[in-house]
Design a protein around this ligand. Structure first.
Ligand SMILES: Cc1cc2nc3c(=O)[nH]c(=O)nc-3n(C[C@H](O)[C@H](O)[C@H](O)COP(=O)(O)OP(=O)(O)OC[C@H]3O[C@@H](n4cnc5c(N)ncnc54)[C@H](O)[C@@H]3O)c2cc1C
Length: 393
């Protein structure tokens, strides 16, 4: 039977898309390498955590998976730098909200999405089969798996930064090396995190310490060169805690315990087109990968989902979801937004990494002015929360 949509990739973005399209009553096929499992480190928290914006939380709520999650709200974000005097504080109250966002455990969120998918009979899930061929023609898309071929009206590549769908369709992309890896872990801190997301721009790269639902446990995402990340991953736990504490200028008190440390390469890329050929879309990290410094990758991926589901609402159930012209507006708007966010990340990264005394002076003056800028700062916060003008429908 022909599916209305075949989705490759059941990560955060693909699983949520399958769920919301399935809830519209559409026939959806989801293809994923392996079913996600709950992963918990020695301190009882997943080593990978994700900052969820209010707009993303609303979408997860619409899908029925938000309520049961063990998420930690944060009400304030403090950003400061290694060489500076300038500091920016973003508060939820300044934009009339109770919280800026929530930190969720990656594997818990994934598990909740997959549990909800299990309950939808019109979503067929294909786990573990290696894709052998991808073919997209004028009337349908075909995906060859080891014993069967899936046929659908629309193919959605949500298969992450190294997307097979993207390569199979020969989609052009701009790939900007960052020179960074991210070291992720969980730590126990003496003074507690106080519901604040802390971010310090070190010359070697940004360091984020994010609250968890336990007042003394925080997740760490530390961007740095691959050599430094490797060294800090392998170093003795006590030495790591001391280095982290010093890098945070002891603002959070003693870093008492550290969990296992994992290192991810950081890329930054953007495809030429989110709808590269008729009947195919790329979304989430398959379409663009953003430096994790602002915790936006999954959130902009969820924006793709929100816009995709809204466009799909204009097509009747059992109608042709891949019909000519359906996706051009979606693709244009999503790419423009991705370009804007990637540009913003590059400016942030370069500004804070510049070492000359002049850049230092400009940065400190600029940061202080920005902190006192009122309207400009509020608009910036709204965009980061996914509730500003540029976030799209
Ligand atoms: C250290 C770190 C911290 C981060 N922190 C944040 C944060 O705080 N907030 C935030 O918004 N974002 C954050 N991000 C980014 C965020 O994790 C990603 O943007 C998000 O996970 C992308 O989701 P995705 O579903 O598009 O891709 P992925 O999560 O990569 O999922 C892709 C899925 O496709 C599957 N797949 C791949 N190839 C195939 C194939 N051939 N066949 C079948 N299945 C396939 C994979 O198994 C995987 O399940 C962070 C990233 C890093 C590295």
């Amino acid at each position: 039977m022909t599916a209305e949509a075949i989705i490759v990739g059941g990560g955060l973005v693909g699983a949520l898309t399958a769920l919301l399209l399935g809830q519209q009553g559409r026939r959806v096929a989801l293809v994923e390498r392996s079913r996600p499992n709950r992963e918990v480190g020695e301190l009882g928290v997943d080593l990978r955590n994700v900052a969820i914006s209010p707009a993303s939380a609303a979408l997860l709520d619409q899908a029925g998976v938000w309520e049961a999650l063990r998420s930690a709200a944060y009400t304030e974000m403090r950003v400061w730098e290694e060489r500076g005097t300038g500091e920016v504080a973003f508060t939820a109250a300044s934009v009339g909200r109770e919280e800026l966002g929530w930190i969720c455990e990656n594997s818990q969120l994934l598990e909740a999405l997959w549990a909800a998918l299990d309950a939808i009979r019109n979503v067929s899930v294909h786990v573990g089969d290696e894709i052998q061929d991808v073919a997209v023609g004028p009337a349908e898309a075909r995906l060859a798996l080891p014993g069967e071929t899936l046929v659908g009206r629309l193919l959605i590549g949500a298969d992450g930064g190294r997307s097979l769908v993207r390569s199979a369709l020969n989609v052009g992309l701009a790939d900007t090396p960052t020179g960074h890896c991210a070291l992720a872990t969980v730590v126990r801190i003496g003074n507690g995190h106080a519901g604040i997301a802390w971010q310090r721009f070190l010359l070697e790269g940004p360091l984020a310490v994010l609250p968890s639902s336990d007042p003394h446990l925080a997740s760490v995402v530390w961007s740095q060169s691959p050599e430094a990340a490797g060294r800090r991953r392998d170093m003795d736990a006590q030495a790591f805690c001391a280095e982290l504490e010093a890098s945070l200028e002891h603002r959070l008190g003693r870093v008492e315990v550290v969990d296992r440390r994992v290192v991810f390469p950081i890329s930054q890329l953007l495809v030429e087109n989110f709808n590269p050929v008729p009947r195919a879309l790329l979304i989430g990290d398959a379409a663009r990968v953003i430096h994790p410094l602002a915790g936006l990758g999954a959130n902009v991926g969820f924006e793709d989902v929100r816009a995709l589901v809204k466009t799909a609402q204009g097509v009747p159930v059992d109608g042709d979801l891949g019909a000519q012209g359906t996706w051009s507006g979606f693709a244009r708007r999503r790419r423009a937004r991705a370009q804007f966010m990637l540009g913003l990340m590059t400016v942030f990264r370069r500004t804070y990494a510049a070492k000359s005394p002049l850049s230092h002076l400009l940065r400190n003056t600029g940061v202080s002015l920005f902190d006192r800028s009122g309207w400009v700062k509020q608009q910036f916060i709204r965009e980061a929360l996914g509730v500003g003008q540029a976030a799209g429908p």
